[in-house]
Design a protein around this ligand. Structure first.
Ligand SMILES: *[C@@H]1O[C@H](CO)[C@@H](O)[C@H](O)[C@H]1NC(C)=O
Ligand SMILES: *[C@@H]1O[C@H](CO)[C@@H](O)[C@H](O)[C@H]1NC(C)=O
Ligand SMILES: *[C@@H]1O[C@H](CO)[C@@H](O)[C@H](O)[C@H]1NC(C)=O
Ligand SMILES: *[C@@H]1O[C@H](CO)[C@@H](O)[C@H](O)[C@H]1NC(C)=O
Ligand SMILES: *[C@@H]1O[C@H](CO)[C@@H](O)[C@H](O)[C@H]1NC(C)=O
Ligand SMILES: *[C@@H]1O[C@H](CO)[C@@H](O)[C@H](O)[C@H]1NC(C)=O
Ligand SMILES: *[C@@H]1O[C@H](CO)[C@@H](O)[C@H](O)[C@H]1NC(C)=O
Length: 444
């Protein structure tokens, strides 16, 4: 186990810069960043239908670029422009299923806009009128081996009497829907619980005695969030870096399998607390005299706490998959400035670079995972990396784009629509995440 986990992440990156104080031009204003991710990340399918047009109602939006301080700590250097990864990333001759290409595949999706009832409207691209379908006919082909398509029947047999938890933000929700859709081709899942906002939910497959939960915990740490249903915030988020979110820790130990992942919410404006005392903030409110610590400071700290928690045997009973964050694919602008994702085919390696934000998140994720994997194997905890980031980067064609809304161009074919180039269409590329999970379960 130790050896399997001991990938040399560092070799993926060129030597890091040594400057202590990094300022990145992100080209987004402070408030925008706060808003962007609520708008894209917050909605749940079963909210009472919110009008789809007032996507953006906040008067404070400006498009003037600002400098965002990422960190004043020297621990989080940003890798330079090129993040070259070693092509032959293998461990003891074992094929790395996370490195590969998308190849044409005639089989097509397991389910459609009509056959699966678990698809959130914002990601039901077909139903919403996305005209092209080529993006559905690809499969992930790792270099040096083949990935078998998930066999939902076999999968359900494998997890009989077990429970599975998805923990994180709306990308985790995106994935749980795909997971349910694929498994529901064998047996229909029954919803057995949802919270008020439908953000945390649970389903049951009666004849397999299999339970699937999704837990809403966008920071994994305790956070006080002051946002309405439209994602408009009335105050900064108060994020407690040293306290894990009970939303997941209270149930975590009941799962036989857990996949967790967060990321993008850390980019929001927030005030950071430790021991109930203000440490500093990110995108600090000007009126207050706090130190801007940068979101990377908070992300590293929280991820470290999370990994400390799960690599302690007493808190963990099952198999833990740590999923890396996924990139977005806005082109020709940001989400708020006309950015879109109009591609119809996967891209080739090198066509897209991770943007700076995702690159910083990823650096921290891999760093902290690497440390955690040693501790996990010492403590006999099964912690696996579920590294979907590189394969996702190659799928600019897999996002809803304007088809986040129902028939966005029905009335005006030139309508201006805000694109979602962050979540994934269902069916779509993230269905292959289930193939990977099956492979990891069956082939170790
Ligand atoms: C499903 O998508 C197809 C287009 O791919 C569309 O013709 C059909 O109306 C959709 N069905 C529903 C129920 O939305
Ligand atoms: C369902 O699984 C649980 C373990 O998760 C087990 O205790 C229980 O007996 C199982 N029930 C049936 C009907 O198989
Ligand atoms: C599931 O639980 C039932 C009841 O406890 C047991 O009879 C059965 O053998 C279990 N199946 C598996 C695959 O664990
Ligand atoms: C915990 O879950 C509840 C209900 O789903 C939600 O309102 C709350 O914001 C969550 N906590 C955090 C820190 O996200
Ligand atoms: C936390 O704060 C309390 C008082 O607010 C203080 O007594 C305690 O020493 C602090 N603990 C740490 C670890 O800083
Ligand atoms: C802000 O902090 C600086 C340095 O700690 C201090 O000199 C200044 O007086 C503070 N300003 C306010 C308005 O509190
Ligand atoms: C849409 O824009 C094109 C030019 O880009 C124009 O010729 C056409 O009339 C417009 N259609 C509508 C319905 O506004």
């Amino acid at each position: 186990m130790v050896k399997k986990m001991a990938y040399n992440w560092k070799s993926w990156w060129r030597p890091l810069h040594k400057n202590n104080y990094l300022v990145i031009k992100l080209g987004v204003s402070v408030l925008l960043v706060g808003l962007a991710f609520t708008l894209l990340f917050n909605r749940s399918s079963d909210f009472p239908p919110i009008s789809d047009t007032p996507f953006l109602q906040n008067p404070h939006i400006s498009e003037s670029p600002v400098n965002s301080i990422v960190s004043q700590q020297n621990s989080d250097q940003i890798p330079p422009q090129e993040n070259e990864r070693e092509e032959s990333f293998e461990s003891e001759g074992k094929c790395n299923i996370f490195r590969g290409d998308w190849v044409p595949d005639e089989a097509g999706p397991f389910y459609t806009n009509t056959s699966c009832s678990h698809i959130e409207t914002h990601q039901n691209c077909m139903k919403n009128g996305r005209p092209d379908t080529d993006y559905l006919y690809w499969r992930w082909k790792p270099h040096g081996c083949d990935l078998t398509r998930v066999d939902p029947k076999k999968f359900l047999e494998f997890v009989r009497n077990k429970s599975w938890g998805f923990i994180g933000d709306s990308i985790s929700r995106n994935h749980v829907q795909s997971f349910l859709c694929v498994l529901s081709t064998v047996e229909k899942a029954k919803e057995v619980y949802h919270d008020e906002s439908y953000k945390s939910r649970r389903w049951f497959f009666p004849s397999h005695n299999f339970t699937v939960s999704v837990l809403w915990a966008p920071f994994l740490a305790k956070a006080e969030i002051f946002e309405d249903m439209n994602g408009v915030s009335s105050s900064e988020i108060k994020l407690h870096l040293d306290i894990l979110d009970k939303n997941w820790t209270e149930q975590y130990n009941t799962f036989d399998y857990t996949i967790f992942s967060v990321g993008k919410w850390f980019i929001k404006t927030a005030i950071y607390y430790e021991n109930d005392t203000i440490l500093g903030c990110h995108h600090c409110p000007q009126a207050k005299n706090f130190t801007d610590l940068g979101f990377n400071f908070a992300y590293r700290k929280v991820m470290r706490n999370v990994f400390n928690y799960i690599t302690t045997k007493s808190s963990t009973k099952g198999v833990i998959f740590y999923r890396t964050s996924t990139p977005d694919h806005f082109e020709g602008g940001e989400w708020f400035s006309g950015g879109s994702c109009k591609r119809k085919f996967p891209s080739k390696k090198g066509e897209f670079e991770l943007n700076e934000l995702v690159r910083i998140l990823r650096e921290i994720e891999l760093d902290e995972f690497e440390k955690a994997s040693f501790k996990a194997s010492e403590n006999g905890v099964s912690l696996r990396l579920f590294d979907v980031n590189p394969m996702s980067l190659l799928r600019p064609d897999g996002h809803p784009g304007p088809y986040r809304f129902y028939q966005p161009f029905a009335e005006d074919k030139n309508a201006t629509v805000i694109n979602d180039c962050l979540h994934w269409c269902l069916p779509g590329p993230i269905d292959s995440w289930n193939d990977l999970l099956m492979d990891m379960l069956l082939n170790g």
